[in-house]
Design a protein around this ligand. Sequence first.
Ligand SMILES: Nc1ncnc2c1ncn2[C@@H]1O[C@H](COP(=O)(O)OP(=O)(O)OP(=O)(O)O)[C@@H](O)[C@H]1O
Ligand SMILES: [Mg+2]
Length: 727
Amino acid sequence: MNLQQTLPDGVAAQIESPVVYSLYYDLTHAGGNADGILVLTGDAALLFEDGVLIKTVPIRDAEEFICEPGHGSGALLMRRGGEVSYLCGFTQGKLERFGKLAKMLTFTCETGRIPENDDPHDHICPKCGRPVTSRSGDCLYCAKKGKVFLRILKMGLPYKKKLIIGFGSAFAIELLLAMTPMIQRMLIDGYVIPQRAYLPGFLGVCALFAGAYVATLGLDIANEMCVHTLAIEVVTKLRVLVYDRIQALSMAQFLKRTAGEIITRMSKDIDAIQRFFHFYGRRFITHVFFIVLISVILFIQNWKIALLVVLPIPLMLFLAVATGKRMHLTREVAWSAWSKSSSVLTDALGGVRVVKTFGTEERETRRFANASDAWRVRITKAEVFWYKVIPALIYLLALGEVLVMFFGGKMVLGRELTVGELVQFSAYVTMLYGRLHWMIFLPRSLSEVAVSAGKVFELVDERIDVTDRKGAVNREITGAVTFDNVSFGYSEYKPILKNVSFTVRPGEMVGIVGRSGVGKSTLINLLMRLYDVTGGSIRIDGEDLRNLSQECYRGQLGIVLQETFLFEGSVLENLTYARPDAPFEEVVLAAKIANAHAFISKLPDGYHTRVGEKGYTLSGGERQRIAIARAILGNPRILILDEATSSLDTYTEKLIQDALGRLTEGRTTFAIAHRLSTLQNADRLLVFDQGRLVENGTHEELLRQKGVYYSLVMAQRQTSRMAPVQK
Ligand SMILES: Nc1ncnc2c1ncn2[C@@H]1O[C@H](COP(=O)(O)OP(=O)(O)OP(=O)(O)O)[C@@H](O)[C@H]1O
Ligand SMILES: [Mg+2]
């Protein structure tokens, strides 16, 4: 709860302690409308209605806070001394936030600490007081967009040769273009008006005119080639960098985003950066140069008309900057809508089997259509606003051209200006306004690039929360595992594992037992260091897990899960995923140990058969045996089996149990299984209940204790007619 919320002045003035959180509520106890705000200071909840403090509730002597849902509404309640009292009421839309608040408050009651708020939507910009919706914590109103563009341009710096040719040719083109109206003037005033055609001078000027165009064309081709390849090279490098960062994200950081969000970043956003390089960035610089150059020429030629020409420029720049700010926000909203529709797409594609089996294709199409429609509404809003402003700006520019023709024409008639000079002037004005016209569209284009680049850099800059420490050790482990007072919660205020301590000897096989949702897989996640513990430590061979190099450590882990993920590719590629250089004989041996060789040999191309996306061309049991062979080939010191055999028929399970029996020999093994009979080979069982390790012993010992394990076994015997569990 680490945020400062902007409070109405009247309310803020009444609070003495620092505010850590505040939330608006909108119902009275009787169900009427209320204009209420709940403000949390470090130790009390203050309730204000219509700006008046109506209640002060000390937090720490409470036992629990409860968010109770009702019909279309909810209430925040507090339990203290066995009594439940009402704090405030709110409509349905606020239910989720109050639910979270109740959990956070309960955490504070229990621990005395204020938990970290991990919801980005709860953050408020300290500068402007608006909610901060970006995950990076940067306020979209206050963030400096210039920095983003500079950073994109900097990515081009390593390509110096291309940059020099690209910009050099672009400037040369602008200079040549700036020369052409002068040549036109020479032609008109020197030869056309005096009717001195067909003289060598006339032909010479014509040739100069043509030469300037040909040179421009040549330079343009060189420029396009250079800038285009530069943009592609930068973007390819960026894509790989982003992908590398995605791979480095911790599991928690990964799960914060949907696949759609990540795909949008990798495709649409990086495309926008490419466009910036190819079009906007380069042209912006050369166009500004051109506008300044032409303005100077115009002022030298005739300052009075020049003044008329440049008059609309400041107003136009002001409007462009002002609209650009607004565009940025509407683009940001449109970006979120787009990534949501991409998420619907990736979700439905990933779950295509579920969609097909439930026959919900139409519903999925509707879901996608709705998400796309949400994007349409938002982007149309952004564009409509833009198109309301644009015609006004363009007319403003057209007015300048009319003024030039009017006053210029008058000056020609008064012989203050030659026809050639007027033509030159008018050509410059057309060129100048052409560039300005392009500049008007710039905020619109740049707002898209700024949002996209912001999203990409947000990912690139994300601080990885599970990293190797400095001097992380690479070492072979024997597989001794100690959990020392380990606590962990995916959110700080919602602990899953509490003060868990146990030791496992190298080569020992332990079974992890407990009801669904008790935290068994979470324990394994911690052991694999997909997450870091929030309290205590995990030690491997006496060394804190956080001091080991992740790559080296994970190379010594073997994992077989209930759902095996195979990559698109051949059986062989999947088998050797952890050890791509494994000799073929070893692969076959591993497959034989895993009882997989027989079925692999029967596949159309044997080990070279392609398994299709996610291995869908193989059966569940076949995929699992490949996973076992893959683990065997890695020769792990610690083996993790999470429900590795739960969904198989007894014959296949027997095959896999045999394979696993061979795999677990001499390795520290952690096995999770709901079907307790599958843990019969375990040396010891660790039994969890409500996040705590409650029993630790052999099957017989635990049965004799008649505790949690005993009741689990009894329940299974009764409900599943399973064979008596014997060791
Ligand atoms: N990534 C996550 N983010 C937030 N909460 C999670 C996450 N993964 C699991 N949980 C929650 O943590 C608790 C423990 O989950 P876990 O997967 O460890 O249970 P389990 O003991 O393995 O259950 P099962 O036997 O059903 O596999 C559950 O309440 C679950 O909802
Ligand atoms: Mg699990």
